[in-house]
Design a protein around this ligand. Structure first.
Ligand SMILES: [Zn+2]
Length: 156
């Protein structure tokens, strides 16, 4: 299934979707909305410290588009901090990166890796090579075809 070019790929949902200054009721605050692609741009550029080229590739957008997204995001966050506003993170034309979940047969450790990073060589906990693809992975509902295939392989 080809990825639609319009979608901006993001690694996941924000941990917290609403921020506000302490001691001020939300109802009396102006709210700034940061889209999830803008949030992802901040995460990649300012937290992970990626170059725009790498970050753009990660989000499946051009470097120019990434530059516009991250500038818009920084402008919004700066305004929230300076003017003491509330910040809500939601929306945007996005596609969640598929997560593949693996499980270790030795220690039962379960972990996820984003789509496109290759199959892990072994368990990150005990280094065992006896790992298998777990079926209860995040993101499968969003990729209908893959989901149905995985369900067919589910061991009973
Ligand atoms: Zn293990």
């Amino acid at each position: 299934m080809p990825r639609p070019r319009c979608c901006r790929r993001v690694a996941g949902e924000p941990v917290c979707k609403f921020f506000k200054p302490a001691g001020v009721p939300a109802s009396s605050l102006e709210e700034v909305v940061l889209s999830i692609d803008e949030f992802e741009a901040i995460r990649l550029a300012d937290l992970e410290g990626l170059y725009h080229e790498q970050a753009a590739e990660s989000m499946s957008v051009s470097r120019q588009t990434f530059g516009r997204i991250v500038e818009a995001a920084r402008g919004k966050i700066a305004r929230v901090l300076v003017e003491g506003l509330a910040l809500r993170i939601e929306g945007g034309v996005i596609e969640m990166a598929e997560q593949r979940t693996f499980r270790c047969q030795q220690c039962q450790h379960t972990w996820s890796v984003p789509f496109g990073t290759g199959r892990p060589v072994g368990c990150p906990e005990c280094k065992s090579k006896s790992i298998y693809r777990s079926e209860d992975e995040r993101g499968t509902e969003r990729t209908g075809q893959g989901c149905r295939r995985n369900l067919c392989r589910r061991p009973q």
